[in-house]
Ligand binder design. Structure first.
Ligand code: ADP
Ligand code: MG
Length: 343
């Protein structure tokens, strides 16, 4: 049906992301509750229309592991995307509230994300397209708002796990006005180095996300690559592959270890921390589910295979669906609905 801004009543702010915000709304004519994502875009009218056309494909995405799409419309200077509302929110919010997530749940998350990715890829040939048409400037841009990451994996009280914000619209990705510069990234080493995005990059992002959920913290946050300084970076990071637009506002500066050391995050400090992180991802061994023995062997092995640094060695989502840990998760009787009622 036809969605119009006038028919949507704001109920609650659900969160702020990169270049946009998400609100819980009621579609008054149908009494339906939805999530409305408002994205500020920097694009000509023709490109805005192109974005709407590209988003249209989401009407054809029907999977229990993918957020349902209700429609999108322009509301100058924004684009509004209306989707299924998930009442338990995103997995980052959940672990920040209740702490590290039970490994049985993490297994179910792995299964849901792999199913969702396989569906998008096999049925619609959708993969994220973050690195197309990247402007060539000294340091180009890191844009991971459409990555697989805990804030893009949503949960509801029926115990369903679904992914959202996948990159269906290349033009939308290119037009998000407020480019993200954060202190965490789920980007794979090959993407940091400027390689084309493939479905294998999503597998890396899944691996990082699963560790984050199981440990209750971003896996790189404890590491301290103190040997890095800007002069090292030129050789390791392809200058065309990483674009960073320093921003005046610091609303996206969340937790940063530099804060505790009393170093300013503005300008250079902020740049440094993200560059250090990118350099660390490229140069250091991938993170693992540790300490050894805390988690089932199959879970450790699954995460390791998501985080092969060489994308050729990494499996596709479809192949990983056959991994023993994922097969276990599929037949597991763990009751996600009951778990959802505990918080
Ligand atoms: P990010 O994913 O980078 O956090 P977003 O703008 O995509 O930024 O989303 C902001 C927050 O809104 C998310 O972290 C999530 O908690 C919440 N959110 C997004 N979509 C939905 C939805 N469909 N239902 C419920 N909450 C949502
Ligand atoms: Mg999101």
């Amino acid at each position: 049906f036809d969605l119009r801004n006038e028919d949507l009543k704001d109920l609650q702010e659900l969160g702020q992301g990169n270049g946009g915000s998400v609100k819980k709304v009621e579609h008054i004519p149908s009494k339906m509750i939805m999530a409305k994502k408002i994205v500020l875009i920097d694009a000509k009218p023709s490109v805005r229309k192109q974005i709407l056309r590209e988003l249209h494909i989401m009407h054809d995405c029907h999977s229990p592991y993918i957020i349902s799409f209700f429609g999108a419309f322009l509301s100058d200077p924004n684009i509004c995307i209306c989707m299924e509302f998930m009442d338990k929110g995103s997995l980052d919010g959940i672990y920040k509230r209740i702490g590290a997530i039970d490994i049985d749940v993490v297994g179910k998350v792995a299964l849901a994300v792999l199913e969702g990715l396989t569906y998008l890829y096999d049925v619609h040939r959708i993969i994220h397209r973050g690195m197309d048409h990247v402007p060539l400037c000294a340091f180009t841009l890191t844009l991971d708002s459409s990555d697989i990451k805990p804030s893009n994996i949503l949960f509801n009280s029926q115990g369903q796990i679904k992914i959202c914000d996948f990159g269906v619209s290349g033009e939308l990705i290119n037009s998000i006005a407020d480019t993200f510069v954060g202190t965490s990234t789920y980007m794979s080493p090959e993407r940091i180095q400027g390689a084309q995005y493939t479905v294998k990059s999503d597998v890396w992002s899944l691996g990082i996300s699963l560790i984050e959920l199981a440990l209750g913290r971003f896996p790189f946050s404890e590491s301290d690559p103190d040997d890095s300084d800007l002069s090292d970076l030129e050789g390791t990071l392809s200058p065309n592959s990483i674009a960073i637009r320093p921003k005046e506002k610091d609303k996206n500066v969340k937790k940063d270890r530099r804060k505790s050391k009393g170093v300013s995050l503005q300008g250079g400090g902020m740049m440094m921390s993200i560059l250090e992180l990118l350099q660390h991802i490229v140069n250091e061994p991938a993170p693992r589910l540790t300490p050894e023995g805390r988690f089932p062997k199959e879970a450790e092995d699954f995460v390791d295979s998501c985080l092969f640094k060489d994308p050729d060695a990494r499996k596709t989502p479809k192949d990983l669906l056959k991994h023993p840990w994922v097969e276990q998760a599929r037949v597991s009787t763990f009751d996600l609905e009951a778990w959802a009622s505990t918080f």
